[in-house]
Design a protein around this ligand. Structure first.
Ligand code: ADP
Length: 247
């Protein structure tokens, strides 16, 4: 197998909804340290691809290999445990808990530190919380109730809640939607750092933001890849220009 070095290798992936192919024989590869942005018009199949990877939607055909595990046969919670983190547009944080508590309860129970009735704050976990809090720019807000954070800070907290589980693949759906200019800049820096040592897959519409973060861009159209490569190559692709200008 020539694709064993990729973090994620998607081959011939198809999903049909009542005969309509939302994703059509897709081949897609993602390396470690790669921040890959998927763009494309509404209905192109972007969300469906992420749903297929995290197991929310089951494929009709094809394979999704993640660190050489076949994901198409696994349940959603097994896929999370295998190291895939997904952030949706609406943050699912606990508004009445502090930033610290939100991070703490997201620490993986399976790794044997928390989850017992003899629950005790543990130095390993606290160190990790501080490290992540710094990364997501909330180290001064550890005791703040999450509900009081700004919109952007809530998004970062949710990213932190995923990071504390140490995913090897992090998927983000429109991470800067509704953010201020400053918050967008900070998020770009955050995502660039996060992609060191792991793979990041982002759906994004804001092309200025895409340009700032993307190592690679893939344009989806009608469930198929129209173009893939670096930003410049993709932007100058005649097929891409036609799809974007022709609508
Ligand atoms: P995008 O995220 O690029 O806007 P989606 O992946 O949400 O596109 O949708 C791709 C196509 O698949 C759309 O035409 C959508 O209506 C259809 N679709 C997505 N999920 C389902 C579903 N569960 N049942 C039926 N059709 C679906």
């Amino acid at each position: 197998d020539t694709n064993t070095n990729f973090t994620l290798a998607i081959e011939d992936l198809t999903v049909s909804f009542d005969g309509f192919k939302a994703v059509d024989a897709l081949n897609f590869y993602l390396d470690k340290n790669e921040l890959h942005v998927v763009i494309g018009p509404n209905g192109a199949g972007k969300t469906t691809v992420l749903d297929l990877i995290c197991g929310k939607t089951k494929s009709t055909e094809g394979s999704i290999k993640f660190l050489n595990k076949e994901l198409t046969k696994m349940a959603e919670h097994e896929i999370v445990r295998a190291g895939v983190g997904r952030k949706f547009q609406t943050p699912s944080i606990y508004e009445n808990l502090s930033v610290l508590e939100n991070l703490e309860i997201s620490y993986p129970y399976g790794r044997g530190v928390y989850g017992s009735l003899t629950f005790k704050r543990n130095k390993t976990v606290l160190d990790k919380i501080h490290e992540i809090a710094k990364q997501i720019m909330l180290d001064d807000a550890l005791d703040t109730e999450a509900g009081l954070l700004s919109h952007g800070q809530k998004q970062w907290l949710e990213i932190g809640m995923l990071l504390i589980q140490d995913p090897q693949l992090l998927m983000l759906d429109e991470p800067v939607a509704g953010m201020s200019v400053k918050e967008r800049e900070q998020t770009a820096e955050l995502l660039n750092k996060i992609s060191e040592g792991r793979s990041v897959l982002v759906i994004e519409h804001d092309m200025e933001f895409v340009e700032r973060i993307a190592d690679k861009v893939t344009v989806l159209h009608q469930g198929k890849i129209l173009a893939t490569g670096d930003m410049e190559t993709v932007q100058n692709d005649p097929k891409v220009i036609e799809v974007y200008l022709g609508h």
